[in-house]
Design a protein around this ligand. Structure first.
Ligand code: TUI
Length: 307
């Protein structure tokens, strides 16, 4: 399946791995890129020098293109944006905000810029600002989300812009890829599926939580703070929602989630930690290598699309 995105990025398959905080480190990114997709290092809240080290380690593991995701709520985003240029990274994606102020410097340096958007308005603005493509991410996704579903968002973004659109949110198999293609997308981005990859460094407890989750096991917390986050229901989300319903203030809510993603991903605390994952978790039944994931998905998508 060759598309405008495989051509733009110089990759074999139209599959991008989400730039997930703590999860998307160099081992996972390199494994996805080596399997013919586009791996991403998620800069999340990491200090710029850690991002630089992650980029160097990824380069040592793959000669294929890979990218970095800049999480725009990170106070260090500007320094991370510069590290990306200094290290010669070819592709950047952004999340959780509007990357307009970094666009000129990235474009001048020849970096391909692919903002993740959750609305038509931001997609249009990104096209005007010079984005090479956009990821239209529906609210089925894990982590920080918008309020429109993939099924509704993708075709509306496709109609609104002339740059290629990558679909994300609720996609984890060949049917999802084929459906995204039918909606006009030229590639997909998957996060949750790659959390449960053999090469993913996340704690076994986290992987098992995703594998055991059903269709209705994720919840949204943080809507009251303006930063809604989808994760798998546990003691932490129950306490958070109770606090939110009681009208707790921002700082009190922040206190509960401080370091909670890290403790779930790294220490396997899936009780008090935050297990970010998408609604498609119910479809993911076993750990597979990135190569197996990508090969199987593309085989099924090609068959469905008659390619
Ligand atoms: O960014 C993501 N997913 C993420 S970021 C993240 S780290 C985090 N952890 C706790 C709280 C907040 C963040 C975990 N998961 N996906 C891309 C995405 N971007 N989804 C939604 C958006 C988005 C939302 C509003 C993009 C722009 C926006 O407003 C733009 C504006 O005009 O400011």
């Amino acid at each position: 399946m060759k598309t405008e995105i495989t051509n733009l990025l110089g990759i074999e398959y139209p599959i991008i791995q989400g730039g997930m905080a703590w999860v998307a480190e160099h081992n996972l990114a390199a494994a996805v890129s080596n399997a013919g997709g586009l791996g991403l290092i998620g800069a999340a809240s990491a200090p710029p020098e850690i991002v630089r080290e992650e980029i160097k380690k990824c380069k040592a593991l793959t000669d294929k293109p890979f990218g970095v995701n800049v999480m725009l709520l990170n106070p260090n985003a500007e320094e991370v944006a510069k590290v990306i240029i200094e290290e010669g990274v070819k592709v950047v994606t952004t999340g959780a905000g509007n990357p307009s102020k970094f666009m000129a410097m990235w474009k001048e340096a020849g970096v391909k810029v692919i903002p993740v958007v959750a609305s038509v308005a931001l997609a249009r603005m990104m096209e005007r600002a010079g984005a090479d493509a956009v990821v239209a991410e529906g609210m089925e996704s894990g982590g920080h989300i918008g309020s429109t579903t993939t099924m509704s968002l993708v075709p509306q973004v496709v109609d609104a812009v002339n740059i290629p659109v990558i679909a994300a949110g609720g996609i984890a198999d060949g049917r999802g890829v084929a459906a995204a293609y039918m909606l006009g997308a030229k590639a997909v981005q998957m996060g949750t599926r790659f959390v449960v990859a053999k090469e993913s460094i996340v704690h076994e407890n986290y992987k098992n939580k995703v594998i055991k989750a059903s269709d209705i096991d994720s919840v949204i917390t943080g809507a009251s703070t303006g930063h809604p986050v989808r994760s798998i229901r546990n003691k932490m989300t129950r306490e958070y929602i109770k606090l939110e319903e009681s009208g707790a203030d921002f700082m009190e809510l922040e206190q509960l989630t401080l370091g909670s993603l890290r403790s779930a991903v790294m220490d396997g605390d899936v009780v008090n930690g935050t297990v970010m994952a998408g609604q498609i978790s119910g479809l993911i039944k076993e750990e597979k290598s990135c190569e197996e994931i990508i090969k199987e998905i593309m085989h099924d998508a090609d068959a469905l699309l008659g390619l």
